[in-house]
Design a binder for this molecule. Structure first.
Ligand code: AMP
Ligand code: GLY
Length: 427
């Protein structure tokens, strides 16, 4: 079977890498792909990911057996609906179901209606009413633009003044465009964050190995938020018992809720959670795989990813037995110095061949080929993943591999996965 993967980041590289190991996979195409993806797939760089018509025509022409969508934007643009209308099998939620990520007020309202644990909140389309609510609730408090804002539309305000400024920025200055026409203001949750991604066919939902992202740019979770500076799995804060609670109180209820609302959700559901002293609570749902969570989850998956995805498309997930390795995985993101603010592009990347010789798994996120040389082409450039028998072994190997790679002003966090040791004892 031939597969088409949509997207160009580290997450899509990991998806392509894992799909390529499938026993019934003949050829993989990627739109648009990246220089790392090129090792496992033919990259079609002249079709834009928001051009649904061209993507559907391509899939039809190539007789694609399964399309997998990486990023949220094509999901929210209804690419799944258009592929389904053309009878092309596609892994991912429809436009209506992807609102779970695309609209924070939709997602909060459905959680409230179906009693899924999440922060207390109110939605507003009027700045004065929003500020009135902030005054009543006090700080700390969280202000969120309703729509997609590339992970930047969330302000955790420590004071009422900061929260009011955030309201002005989102609603009056339109810092995130129409994503800020409406806002959600919510209770600030206290605890440790974890990501639980799950496969679902709309009836059955099967969690993957829990993971943890590191969103801040600096060690010790300091500095501004980024797209994610590194991940590890399994995250011991979500032990077997906690995962059962998440399954019973969050994952199963949201899938049943979406069904009840006539918006059957199929694909990967990402629950961003705060593990509070009151139990797990949803910070947000995403309608796709996490980036860079995927770069640590898929290397631990022992089953055939294409078979799992097809079972989600066909409604037969219940019959699948999904196997995971007992190892640990760590991904360290190598960023261009200055990211998430101003950074340089076009710097030559050295050492990848050496890293690959040591068995390093290097996922490309922001790279480009220039006159036969690999150069940087984004803020997050590469994700270096290592698998080890335990977390310490995985961390050590990841940083050994990182040390082989070099580019001008390369920056990475030195403390990825250290949080795991709050919950596991070292020997
Ligand atoms: P989001 O884009 O919704 O994932 O939010 C980005 C980050 O803001 C999250 O990863 C959390 O660190 C933080 N955050 C969002 N909502 C809350 C909340 N209600 N309480 C505390 N922190 C939050
Ligand atoms: N790692 C965060 C996300 O994918 O949204």
């Amino acid at each position: 079977m031939d597969i088409l993967v949509i997207g160009s980041g580290g997450r899509e590289h990991a998806l392509v890498w894992k799909l390529a190991q499938g026993s019934n996979v003949d050829k993989i195409y990627a739109i648009p792909g990246n220089p790392g993806i090129k090792n496992n797939a033919e990259c079609i760089s002249d079709i834009a990911i928001d051009d649904n018509k061209k993507i559907v025509d391509f899939a039809r022409r190539k007789n694609i057996g399964l399309t997998v969508i990486g990023p949220e934007v094509p999901l929210i643009n209804g690419l799944v609906d258009d592929l389904q209308a053309a009878d092309i099998a596609v892994f991912g939620p429809t436009k209506a179901a992807a609102r779970l990520e695309g609209s924070k007020s939709f997602s909060k309202d459905i959680m409230r209606k179906y009693k899924i644990p999440t922060a207390a909140y109110e939605s507003f389309t009027d700045a004065a009413a929003a500020k009135e609510y902030i005054k009543k609730m006090g700080a700390p408090i969280v202000v969120k633009a309703d729509g997609l804002a590339a992970g930047k539309g969330v302000i955790v305000a420590q004071t009422v003044e900061q929260a009011n400024e955030a309201v002005d920025e989102i609603m009056c200055d339109k810092a995130f465009g129409s994503a800020g026409d409406s806002i959600v203001i919510e209770e600030c949750l206290i605890g440790e964050e974890a990501s639980v991604l799950a496969f679902t066919d709309g009836e059955t939902i099967v969690p993957m190995i829990p993971s943890q992202d590191h969103k801040c740019i600096f060690d010790g979770d300091k500095g501004p938020n980024t797209g994610g500076m590194g991940t590890y799995a399994p995250a011991p804060i979500v032990d077997g018992k906690m995962l059962e609670q998440i399954q019973a109180e969050i994952l199963e209820p949201i899938i049943a809720a979406m069904n009840n609302e006539g918006k059957k959700y199929r694909g990967c559901l990402y629950a961003g959670l705060m593990i509070t002293s009151d139990g797990p609570k949803v910070i947000e749902f995403n309608a796709r795989f996490g980036d860079p969570e995927t770069q640590v989850i898929l290397p631990l998956l022992e089953s055939d990813l294409m078979e799992i995805m097809l079972s989600c498309v066909n409604g037969t997930l219940k019959q699948m037995s999904i196997k995971w390795s007992d190892d640990a995985a760590v991904c360290v993101v190598l960023a261009a110095g200055g990211y998430p603010r101003k950074y340089n592009k076009g710097d030559i990347i050295d050492g990848l061949a050496e890293a690959q010789q040591t068995g390093a798994l290097v996922f490309h996120a922001g790279t480009r080929e220039n006159n036969g040389k690999l150069v940087t082409d984004g803020g997050r450039v590469l994700g270096v993943t290592a698998v080890g028998a335990d977390m310490k072994a995985a961390i050590d190997k990841a940083y050994q591999d990182v040390n082989l790679i070099k580019f001008n002003n390369m920056y990475f966090r030195k403390d990825i996965a250290q949080k795991a040791f709050r919950h596991i004892k070292t020997k």
